[in-house]
Design a protein around this ligand. Structure first.
Ligand code: ZN
Length: 199
C-alpha cells in the first residue's frame, strides 16, 4: 500500500542475475506485479518454517518497498511469490523510531469498529478509493526469526495490515468498494491492465 498523495516512481528492473535466481541477489529489488497479473488473484501458502530463503525474501521485499519511494506495505503475492509474508514500514520523517515490520503467516484474530479511509496500492498505481474497513485488528504471525508475534493495531497500521493480508488471499482494495465506484475506476484499471510492463 502506498502513502497518500505522493508521486509514484517506477521500479527499475533488477540487474541481470545468474541462474540461481532471486536467492543470490538479496539486495536487488524485485519486480512488482501490476493489476491484471494473475499472481495478484492467487492465495498464498503458509510457511511451515522460516528459513534463510524466507529471510532473504523479506529483505528483498523491503528493498522493493523502499525502492518505490512511497510504499508503506507489500505482500509477497505482489512480487509474484505465493508465500504468506507481508512487510510494513510506516516510517514518517518525524517518526524515525518506527521499525519495519516483517510478518510471516499473518492471521487476523479479531476486528473491531469500522472506519472509512482512502487507500491505494503499489500494484494499482495512481488509483485511490475510500475503503470501509474495521478500525482495529488483532493479528498473530511470526517474525523474521520465526518467533510468534502478536499485534493489536488501530489507525494506519490496522488498515495496512488488513490491506496486505487481503493480498495474501488474492483480494485487492478495489474489491471492497461498491460496484458503482469501481465502474468509475474502470478506465484507469483497464489502462493498468493493458499497459506494457516489464516482465
Ligand atoms: Zn496493495
Amino acid at each position: 500500500m502506498p502513502k497518500r498523495k505522493r508521486k509514484l516512481q517506477n521500479t527499475p528492473a533488477s540487474d541481470a542475475v545468474g541462474e540461481d535466481e532471486i536467492l543470490l541477489r538479496a539486495t536487488a529489488p524485485l519486480q512488482l506485479c501490476y493489476y491484471g497479473n494473475p499472481a495478484l488473484r492467487k492465495r498464498a501458502k503458509p510457511l511451515a518454517e522460516i528459513t534463510e530463503a524466507e529471510r532473504q525474501l523479506a529483505d528483498q521485499m523491503l528493498e522493493t518497498l523502499y525502492n518505490t519511494g512511497n510504499g508503506i506495505g507489500l505482500a509477497a503475492t505482489q512480487v509474484g511469490i505465493l508465500k504468506r509474508l507481508i512487510i510494513i514500514h510506516i516510517g514518517e520523517d518525524d517518526d524515525e523510531t518506527c521499525e519495519p515490520l516483517v510478518l510471516f503467516n499473518p492471521e487476523i484474530l479479531s476486528v473491531e469498529g469500522e472506519v472509512v479511509a482512502e487507500e491505494g496500492c503499489l500494484s494499482i498505481p495512481n488509483v485511490t478509493a475510500e475503503v470501509r474497513r474495521p478500525e482495529k485488528v488483532v493479528v498473530d504471525g511470526m517474525d523474521i526469526r520465526g518467533e510468534p508475534i502478536h499485534i493489536e493495531a488501530d489507525g494506519l497500521l490496522a488498515r495496512v495490515l488488513q490491506h496486505e493480508i487481503d493480498h495474501l488471499n488474492g483480494v485487492l482494495f478495489i474489491d471492497r468498494i461498491s460496484g458503482l465506484k469501481r465502474q468509475l475506476l474502470k478506465d484507469d484499471l483497464l489502462w493498468i491492465q493493458q499497459a506494457e510492463r516489464p516482465a
